[in-house]
Design a protein. Structure first.
Length: 766
């Protein structure tokens, strides 16, 4: 008979009463053959003060940890990150010892990130398997024996066996002996779901042959009434409700910044990696109560403030309760979505640059840059008054050689509660580990994490000497707490300042969903101070609800790129591509000159800051150019009584730059000619594009213009319909949405549709 495999630990606890506050913890570590393991790295970190102690096991596989400060210390053993929490007594001294088996494969298997059930469409199979049922060649019989706390059978109770590898849920019910059986495929692992608790128990079957597996456990059902509508759960708790063996009584207290308690507020706890949402209203004392399944994590939200913090019950044992205080700061995007409908004036620049800049071909082989010039319509006649020139800049996206100078960069990563949802923090950690492993030994990097307060995990220094430590620190990060971008950003900037590299890459990489307590203007102004000292900023927006206005302004002012990586799932390759493009320049000191004449007179340049000289020349500069970067400038010219001779008077675009690969200054030059036609009619200024992608962008721009016009006239229905019609047209043109630009286009339209939907919801609620 097969038995469940466990890592066995023996713990001894001794209490010593005194006035001192001390925990003495002795750990002995052996391998799977019960041999002592020496030299294992041990890290303990206080969860609030962020104090760290680094130790290692001795020749006997033992380590002694003495803690006389702080409250809760996270213990990591080599690559078993956050193995357990060590709690220092409030008063007196306590001693404990533990004997544990270091089995990394088992640990990783047990603690693997679980698939997000909210993304899975399950197949449900109802089963009633009898004791006489035998295994088959491909299936085994699983028998669960479930008893209540009083040792009596848990009878006629629904229990599910879930296979996350096949997306199948087998449903059953215990009999009069507390037994439920399943006939399931061999070779998979299964989760036991009971009493509304997903993955209550994990079962790893080692047998690859037909067999009858028996597994027993104790479970006392939770005696409360739950109403479930779709995936939203409302509980009716008893007046003196307590926690149970399977659930924790959790209290959320809501107050405002003045400290006043908020009654009648809806509180939502979203079960992470599930579609389930627990909801309750606050009472007159601002309290909302929940009875939550243990072993889970929950994202806390209010009506106008989403993903505020995370409740982690993954390491809770015993019967108990918990409390979280929330300062309610309504998100204006949710409370006043009407303020986030873009103005007509901003539509052209924002949307155009986000999508049209990506249409240009790669530079010629061996060249880092390319200029592409094209008139909106190069045909003119005597009645033509203006002409519009598109100037595209494309950088080679070849990253096979990292020939640039060593970089000086600080990674500033958000670890607040809002990052716990949707696997954001876990996938970011994996992606950042993969990227750090590719850094060169001479590159200088630091790592800052932040929630309500920042923490410097890795001080600025050469990567070669601390790459392993870098990776270990990234893996040890867990999401919790509130968001304070301001403090995290400043700490990252200060680390970059320690190793400034003239003419090199000095940059802060901000990885966040972009929300926090500090006002946007204060964050941006502080960032500008460091930008003026030569440090750039690039922002990676995470998730669908990231703060685009803040991150985009930070990146724009910081001379860096703003990227959005959307869902956290499967982002490692795109993450690596995006960050590599940010960090390794192909050219610097880029000067672009636009030289015109008295017939083609410069009027304005869109997309870049510029300086106009007296010699019919407009100059603009670009900072370090990175692989794959594309930019577009739009130049408007006035025509001064044009005639046929204008064909011989081109506009000259000259680019001068330093090529990192050739280590010398190079010059590119293009000329843009207008063509004279003998015609008496007025020519169209902008010619229509036949490219499907550009047509899709035109649909979007037009729909947003209609939306903005309609919304300014309080015609909500017309505004919403305009966006939704555009979404339908994009779907029709690109049913598979495989093109990256079109995917981004669709997300932008959907964002505005969501804003309008929220606006309607708010009006209905009032």
């Amino acid at each position: 008979m097969k038995k469940l495999v466990l890592i066995l630990s023996f713990i001894t606890i001794t209490y010593v009463f005194s006035n001192a506050q001390q925990l003495t913890y002795k750990l002995k570590v052996v391998d799977t053959h019960q041999k002592s393991i020496s030299g294992l790295n041990i890290l303990v970190k206080e969860t609030n003060t962020k104090d760290k102690i680094k130790l290692s096991t001795d020749v006997n596989g033992e380590v002694l940890i003495e803690l006389n400060s702080g409250k809760r210390w996270s213990l990591s053993i080599e690559k078993m990150y956050n193995y357990k929490l060590l709690e220092v007594p409030e008063r007196g001294a306590r001693k404990s010892s533990e004997f544990m088996t270091y089995d990394l494969k088992r640990w990783e298997r047990k603690n693997r990130p679980m698939p997000d059930r909210s993304k899975i469409e399950f197949t449900y199979i109802k089963q009633k398997i009898y004791n006489s049922t035998r295994p088959t060649k491909t299936k085994l019989v699983v028998q669960l024996n479930i008893k209540r706390a009083d040792k009596k059978p848990l009878t006629y109770y629904p229990v599910q066996l879930t296979c996350l590898e096949t997306n199948t849920i087998y449903t059953g019910k215990t009999d009069n002996q507390g037994i439920v059986r399943y006939l399931v495929p061999i070779g998979y692992d299964y989760e036991i779901d009971i009493d509304g608790i997903e993955s209550y128990k994990f079962m790893e079957f080692l047998s690859k042959h037909p067999s009858k597996e028996r597994y027993g456990f104790t479970y006392e059902p939770t005696n409360i009434k739950e109403t479930t509508i779709n995936d939203t759960i409302t509980q009716q708790l008893q007046e003196k409700q307590t926690g149970t063996s399977a659930r924790i009584l959790y209290k959320i207290v809501v107050k405002d910044e003045a400290g006043d308690l908020h009654a009648n507020e809806d509180v939502y706890l979203s079960l992470i990696k599930s579609k389930k949402v627990y909801t309750a209203k606050t009472n007159n004392d601002g309290e909302a109560f929940f009875l939550l399944p243990k072993g889970k994590k929950y994202l806390v939200s209010l009506d106008f403030q989403k993903d505020i913090n995370v409740i982690s019950l993954s390491s809770i044992s015993g019967i108990g309760d918990g409390t979280m205080w929330i300062t309610y700061k309504p998100d204006p995007r949710l409370e006043h979505p009407e303020q986030y409908i873009p103005s007509i004036e901003s539509l052209f620049i924002n949307e155009f640059n986000n999508f049209l800049t990506k249409q240009y071909p790669q530079p010629e082989k061996g060249k880092p840059l390319r200029i592409i010039v094209e008139w909106g319509n190069n045909l003119i006649n005597g009645k033509s008054k203006e002409a519009v020139l598109h100037i595209g800049f494309a950088a080679n996206n070849d990253e096979s050689d990292k020939y640039g100078p060593p970089i000086n960069v600080s990674f500033v990563m958000d670890k607040s509660g809002s990052m716990a949802g949707y696997d954001r923090i876990e996938e970011l950690k994996k992606s950042l580990v993969n990227f750090v492993s590719t850094l060169r030994d001479d590159d200088i990097a630091s790592l800052v994490i932040f929630d309500g307060e920042p923490e410097l995990l890795i001080e600025a220094g050469k990567v070669g000497a601390k790459k392993n430590e870098f990776i270990e620190m990234i893996n040890s990060v867990e999401a919790n707490g509130y968001t304070n971008i301001y403090k995290g950003m400043v700490l990252g900037y200060e680390e970059v300042l320690k190793n400034m590299k003239p003419k090199g890459t000095n940059r802060l990489i901000l990885l966040t969903d972009g929300y926090g307590e500090t006002e946007v203007g204060i964050i941006i102004n502080k960032s500008k101070e460091y930008n003026a000292r030569g440090i750039g900023l690039s922002a990676i927006g995470v998730g669908q609800g990231y703060n685009q206005p803040l991150l985009k302004q930070l990146a724009t002012n910081g001379g860096g790129l703003f990227q959005h990586i959307g869902d956290a799932y499967n982002l490692q390759e795109s993450f690596k591509k995006e960050l590599s493009g940010l960090l390794y320049p192909v050219a610097r000191d880029v000067l672009v000159e636009i030289i015109y004449n008295n017939k083609i007179i410069f009027n304005h340049l869109y997309g870049f800051t510029f300086k106009k000289t007296k010699s019919n020349t407009v100059k603009m500069t670009l900072d370090n150019i990175y692989p794959g970067l594309t930019k577009l400038a739009i130049v408007k010219f006035d025509l001064n009584r044009p005639d046929k001779n204008i064909e011989n008077q081109p506009v000259v675009i000259r680019m001068k730059y330093f090529n990192y690969k050739s280590n010398k200054t190079e010059i590119l030059e293009e000329k843009a000619y207008l063509k004279w036609v003998e015609s008496t009619g007025q020519l169209e200024l902008i010619m229509e594009s036949e490219q499907k992608k550009l047509y899709a962008i035109a649909i979007m721009n037009q729909s947003l213009k209609v939306m903005a016009d309609a919304f300014s006239q309080d015609d909500f229905v017309k505004a919403h319909n305009a966006v939704n019609r555009a979404i339908d047209q994009i779907k029709e043109q690109y049913p598979n949405a495989k093109d990256e630009d079109i995917e981004n286009l669709y997300k932008r339209l959907q964002e505005y549709s969501d804003i309008l939907t929220q606006y309607k919801k708010n009006k209905f609620k009032k």
